[in-house]
Design a protein around this ligand. Structure first.
Ligand code: NAD
Length: 290
């Protein structure tokens, strides 16, 4: 099938599939230019929570966006209704490849023929989804970090993406306060996550080798970069089991990566010290979250 770029995208809705942590934040960013954003989630309750989140956050984000105007975010439980007339569809459902394959087959069937189909997946390149769609020219990764605080986004071809699709997104996304950066070839972890992985890995190695402590490294990081928190605080916030999963994923692709950082993480995970969510990790000063 051939693919033609979406026409008059300024006047058409954006559809976000999945209204969880990232879906609602992505919806928030696309609601900053006065247009309509539909979030589709099978859970009506989650959809409503996403709309409430956007209503709360939108005024401040619009104020911070050049030429911003508050738009409308609607939650829909019916997928076809969510996709009607949308020029851009962004998938943000749980990180399971089988689920993503099913969703992209549905999106390919139900979305407008000129809609761009993007995945926010953190670890699956859309080359894994090519067989689920008839027009891979419109398929790509569009990976967000944590909007509205961290507004960089990776843009990465599925291997068949029409270069005009990438060009259009690089041009249009800044209007919504999003800073897109293109990964010029397929890369697990895209751009920034790989750089961040190296910082985490080396910080862990410095502790594993007995050179320094988490508290001193964090403090030194803050003194030298002016950042509000260091790598160990941030790893505790993400969850040390998740940090270990991510590092295992990189190591499966690059077997030469050092073992020390993963061994240190495994010690904490085995001891049940997963970070903020269990009340302790590299630090002990958290309220337990059940
Ligand atoms: P989440 O669990 O918070 O949200 C996922 C949402 O998808 C849930 O609300 C769930 O009800 C919904 N869902 C489940 N099945 C669905 C279906 N068939 N159709 C539509 N919605 C469905 O997950 P999340 O943290 O928002 O992650 C979503 C995606 O974003 C993942 O691919 C993840 O890798 C990626 N991502 C996450 C982060 C992060 O920090 N959490 C950052 C960048 C990218």
């Amino acid at each position: 099938m051939s693919f033609t770029l979406p026409s008059s995208h300024q006047d058409r809705p954006v559809a976000v599939i999945g209204a969880g942590t990232l879906g609602r934040r992505i919806a928030l960013m696309f609601a900053t230019r006065g247009g309509l954003v539909r979030v589709h989630d099978p859970s009506a309750e989650t959809g409503e929570a996403a709309c409430a989140y956007v209503a709360r956050e939108l005024p401040a984000v619009v104020r911070a966006t050049d030429g911003g105007r508050p738009g409308t975010v609607e939650a829909v439980t019916d997928l076809a209704a969510g996709l009607a007339d949308a020029w851009l569809v962004i998938e943000a459902v749980p990180e399971r490849l089988d689920l993503k394959k099913r969703i992209f087959a549905d999106l390919d069937r139900l979305a407008e023929p000129d809609a761009i189909l993007a995945s926010n997946s953190s670890s699956y390149a859309t080359s894994n989804l090519v067989d689920s769609v008839r027009s891979p020219e419109r398929l790509l990764n569009l990976h967000f970090y944590m909007p509205p605080r961290q507004n960089a986004a990776d843009v990465m071809s599925c291997g068949h993406t029409d270069p005009a699709v990438i060009e259009l997104l690089l041009k249009v996304l800044p209007d919504y306060g999003i800073h897109p950066f293109e990964a010029h070839r397929e890369s697990t972890g895209f751009i920034f996550n790989r750089v961040w992985a190296a910082i985490k890995r080396e910080s862990l190695a410095v502790v594993a080798e007995g050179v320094s402590t988490p508290a001193d490294i964090d403090r030194m990081w803050q003194v030298n970069t002016g950042a509000p928190a260091g790598p160990f605080r941030l790893m505790d916030a993400v969850g040390l089991d998740v940090v270990l999963d991510i590092e295992d994923h990189y190591a499966a692709e690059r077997p030469a990566l050092p073992e020390g950082p993963r061994e240190l993480l495994r010690e904490y995970v085995t001891a049940g010290r997963l970070g903020v969510k269990t009340g302790s990790g590299f630090y002990d000063d958290y309220q337990r979250q059940d």
